[in-house]
Design a protein around this ligand. Sequence first.
Ligand code: FCB
Length: 451
Amino acid sequence: MANRLDLHEDFRWGVSTAAYQIEGAVEEDGRGLSIWDVFGARPGAVKNGDTGRIACDHYHRHAEDIALMRGLGLDGYRFSIAWPRVQPTGAGSVNLAGLDFYDRLVDDLLAAGIAPLPTLFHWDLPQALEEAGGWLARDTAYRFAEYAGLVADRLGDRVPAWITLNEPFIHMVFGYALGIHAPGRTLMLDALPAAHHQLLGHGLAATALRERGGQVMIANNLTPVRPASDGDADTAAAAAYDALHNRLFLDPLLLGRYPDLGAFGVAPDLGGSVRDGDLELIAAAPLDGLGVNYYNPTRIGAPTGPELPFTEAEIEGVPRTAFGWPVVPDGLRELLVGLRQRYGTALPPITITENGCSVEDAPAPDGTVVDQPRIDYLAGHLDALAAAVAEGVDVRGYFTWSLLDNYEWAEGFSQRFGLVHVDFETLRRTPKASYAWYRDTIAAHRAHWAG
Ligand code: FCB
């Protein structure tokens, strides 16, 4: 059986976070409003009315957080840059004080021997752009490229590679189709232009980043889709879901075309949003790396109503995280091997940019936090990853979600994903058992290759 020690000598170990989930300081240094500030203030939108006003207060405590990362022995840190700190209204000149924060962060990471891997958009759109249509408006793609260029002008001398977007699928579905996340729109299939405009924004930003010498990645939420049975109806439903969740955000990037969404009654121009030349632009800048965010597989059965061509079915007989998500480590191997089969040589090198689980963990009376389910989750997934590599998939790194317990979007502070426990009253950080386990795992991998 493949073993995580077998991962390549240069394999990169990291952790991931996102700006709105950890920074707090929402009114400081000229930051503009983001859609999450506005959505979080809506009664009932977020569990317990939690907001990101303070979150982990990382904006003020980043030195402590970098020391925690150094303690893990990380190679890299994936964080996101808050667009409303850099351009408070999403357009126009730079708010220098906002960009200064990331400038210091990058310097401090480098001083700690940790490579910065910034994501330019992790869901916190400037509210002013939302008022002009958000990602339903084509212009947002152009604004995004302008912002990417401004950030790269300042940080590009120290940042070798960029992630443009985080999970455009989840942002479109939760934010624009179902209204579970900001901006809280409930457009169902009319949300599809938000997919195209995000991808167009990626393509335009990729050009701007390349011109400044940066490498370009994107982080997609991907899931292996399993039909509920071998029957034709379930198999067709699974293929339809796969097209929406996975192919819609990979085929244009890697193959230069959208998948067939005919099962949804959707034409190839995605609600009239695709214009001549767009697909060429999206595929033009080949990705230097694909970020894969993996949490669980999805089981899909035939539709039970007229609205969508599928229904989600339970995955039975497996453990569940505190969030209720099924724990299926081999799904990661299945996903990666499936990507390799589907895209062949068009598939760029992969980095796992998110993987982790929520656990109901709290400090014991002696102050320790023993989160054995997280250790089991991470160990299982790293071995599945090593198995995929043994089957020929090129995976270069693993960034676990997340360093700290943080603001889990619509779940507020109720889902804890961190290697480090955060007390949201005192903001005290307490490394959990999984922190020590991850540190030791990284050290063992290095020792294996050194010895
Ligand atoms: C992903 C998000 C990330 C975090 C994890 C649990 O979908 O990218 O911000 O919320 O889920």
